[in-house]
Design a protein around this ligand. Structure first.
Ligand SMILES: [Zn+2]
Length: 662
């Protein structure tokens, strides 16, 4: 269990009680039934009462022949008579101040190697009819505390109490010693005895393992349902589940009262400030919310090595000799499935935790002997079924499920445009996603009326996984998407699939739907510059260009369905007087852009050879851009050309033979 104060220290409730033990010696009664001796009542809440008895050892209760000796001042110390290898002491009967439904013991013990002390307690409503004897199981964390021991809560109902101690020694020279026995009795009977199950929350990630109904702290009558001021919650992401049992009696007539008693004992008697377990489950399958703080709150159930990062689940009862009831088993598996699913804990998995590798769902006894843990709980009837429980928890997981973590699908795209999208998705199902088994991320476009846009490639686009992804792991997948060819409002629907087997959405796992506004493609341009074109001689060929900015949404391509070209204009498709045979595509199409793709806002030149016409004069040639299949666009551009009259040149005779023959 949790130990809050330093080793060797005393919890608050014990301070100031030492002197009381002295005084009680004087009021010791010799009657068979004695009134309470020293007792201190502590009422933390109107609903729960508790008091602590400090009984004094009496010679009357240690008759000769029982081989125990009483030594020391005050309440005294119990040991073995010289040479005895065992002895027993049964206390007088004590009457409590009020009826109780749970008790717990505190004691100091010296147990040299080979010696042992067994403490037991029983209860009676009238001092006549007695319960069985309940053994006080020491809580972890106190054994090493210089013999300072606390028991777990013992469910025992009545008004009268009695305890017994049995001492054993294998070496009579090293007898055990027992002292400072204190009995705390708790009345937590007031409060909801048949609480209505209330869900404290539902899963928000992956909707496929439902949270079972859990009785809230208010629902079981915690005096502090909404706070834990004395032990403010500390948080560590839950990675493990540790299963306990409370070693309380089976067939508990009022499990909610027992939960309240455990809360009181942990919070007040032990001074922790709250109950240690995160959840408790009763025989009828009720689940009780324990430690305040909700998800990832650190409890107090397996000491410092194992408390942070683990969920402490306590089965009410003692499973050393009794079976776990079917209702309790079902509740345990439901709770473990919901919590391990929510926290991405693989129920069949294992991993390093605290100081060693442990199953993700393990038993408190599995870490016995480590970090101060000595409990052997839960009992064999629960412990030995853990492999079966883990399998049944795993069986409650869906086969195909995912959680969408993050994505950067663009909110706006141009029609037909492509984009790279990163989608981070988490595997929330049993099936490991492997590229080899054709697990992929798919996407589909839907119009506003819900009809699907079928794209090239069958309309169902895919992105490959980079690696194997088991349950609980996330992966970022890069997908190339292509927007629909026409503008409008669309939904891009992401969905995982196993090719040829199933889309995850068909298995009930939600798709990721992103709204994408697709802009209609527009072809718009503006002139930014053009080449100078001075007077030319007829037939001379000159590189000529015009520079344009793409101010529309469509990318200009040289090839494809809508190649963009420079064309003759005014009138359109006229054969140009400047056409250069062999260089132009045709007399009405001088050229394409100088680069293969011109994206919106890019600037590009259209360069072509212009051949000056044969006849001298002034020519004005109009051009405009055209996208095949879309039409003409952009400004009306023109080129003014002055073609000079050819000049007859009379060169000296000597040069004539070299002339071109104008
Ligand atoms: Zn335990």
């Amino acid at each position: 269990m949790r130990a809050r104060w330093p080793w060797g220290g005393f919890p608050r409730w014990m301070r100031g009680l030492g002197g009381l033990a002295f005084l009680t010696l004087a009021v010791l009664s010799l009657s068979r039934i004695v009134p309470p001796l020293a007792s201190q009542s502590a009422t933390a809440s109107p609903e729960i009462r508790a008091a602590t008895l400090i009984p004094v050892l009496t010679q009357e209760a240690a008759p000769a022949g029982w081989a125990v000796s009483i030594q020391g001042a005050g309440a005294g110390r119990l040991s073995l008579q010289n040479g005895a290898d065992w002895g027993a002491y049964t206390s007088p009967i004590f009457q409590a101040d009020f009826p109780f439904n749970a008790v717990a013991l505190a004691w100091k013990a010296q147990t040299p190697a080979g010696s042992q002390i067994i403490l037991e307690v029983r209860a009676s409503p009238d001092g006549q009819e007695w319960s069985e004897w309940f053994q006080a199981e020491p809580l972890d964390g106190f054994l090493a505390d210089e013999g300072d021991n606390r028991s777990q809560v013992i469910v025992a109902r009545g008004r009268f109490l009695q305890y017994s101690a049995t001492l054993y020694a294998t070496d009579p020279d090293l007898p055990p010693k027992l002292g400072d026995v204190k009995i705390t009795y708790i009345d937590s009977s007031q409060g909801p005895s048949t609480p209505q199950p209330r869900a404290v929350g539902t899963l928000t990630r992956g909707a496929s393992v439902n949270m079972p109904a859990i009785i809230s702290r208010a629902g079981w009558g915690s005096p502090e349902p909404y706070s834990s001021d004395r032990w403010p919650p500390e948080y560590r992401e839950w990675q493990k589940v540790i299963v306990h049992d409370t070693i309380t009696k089976n067939n508990d007539p009022d499990p909610a009262a027992t939960v309240r008693a455990i809360w009181y004992y942990h919070a007040n008697t032990l001074g922790w400030g709250d109950i240690g377990y995160n959840f408790l489950i009763d025989t009828q399958g009720n689940i009780y919310d324990g430690r305040f703080g909700g998800e990832n709150a650190t409890g107090g159930h397996a000491l410092s090595c194992y408390n942070p990062g683990s969920i402490g689940v306590a089965l009410l009862g003692d499973y050393r000799y009794a079976e776990v009831s079917p209702a309790m088993e079902d509740a345990l598996e439901n709770l473990l499935a919901a919590k391990s699913y929510q926290h991405n804990i693989n129920p069949l998995g294992s991993g390093y935790f605290g100081d060693r590798t442990l199953f993700n769902i393990f038993c408190h006894r599995d870490v016995s002997g480590s970090c101060g843990n000595n409990h052997q709980d839960p009992g064999t009837y629960a412990h030995d079924r853990m492999p079966e429980f883990r399998g049944k928890v795993w069986d409650r997981f869906p086969m195909y499920s995912q959680a969408w973590v993050q994505h950067n699908t663009p909110a706006r795209m141009a029609a037909g445009a492509t984009a790279s999208v990163a989608v981070t998705v988490q595997n929330k199902g049993q099936a490991t996603w492997s590229p080899g088994s054709l697990f992929r991320l798919g996407y589909r476009w839907y119009r506003q009326d819900g009809t699907e846009v079928l794209q090239a490639g069958g309309g169902q686009q895919r992105a490959e996984l980079p690696t194997n992804i088991p349950f609980g792991q996330s992966v970022m997948i890069m997908a190339q998407i292509t927007a629909p060819p026409s503008g409008g409002a669309y939904t891009l629907q992401w969905d995982m699939l196993q090719e040829g087997v199933t889309w995850f959405s068909s298995q009930g796992s939600p798709t990721l739907d992103a709204a994408v506004a697709v802009d209609e493609l527009t072809y718009v341009a503006e002139v930014t510059a053009q080449s100078a074109y001075g007077p030319r001689l007829p037939g001379s060929k000159s590189p000529t260009w015009v520079e344009l900015r793409n101010t529309g949404t469509a990318t200009w391509y040289r090839t494809g369905a809508n190649p963009v070209k420079l064309g003759t204009w005014s009138p359109a498709d006229r054969a140009s007087a400047l056409a250069t045979a062999g260089d132009w595509e045709s007399p009405s199409r001088p050229t394409y852009a100088d680069q293969d793709a011109v994206r919106p806002s890019q600037v590009v030149r259209f360069t072509f050879l212009a051949t000056a016409p044969a006849g001298p004069g002034l020519y004005r040639e109009h051009f405009r851009l055209t996208a095949d299949g879309k039409g003409w666009f952009g400004p009306d551009m023109f080129l003014d050309i002055t073609v000079l009259r050819p000049i007859k040149t009379y060169l000296p005779q000597v040069y004539q033979r070299y002339s071109g023959g104008w």
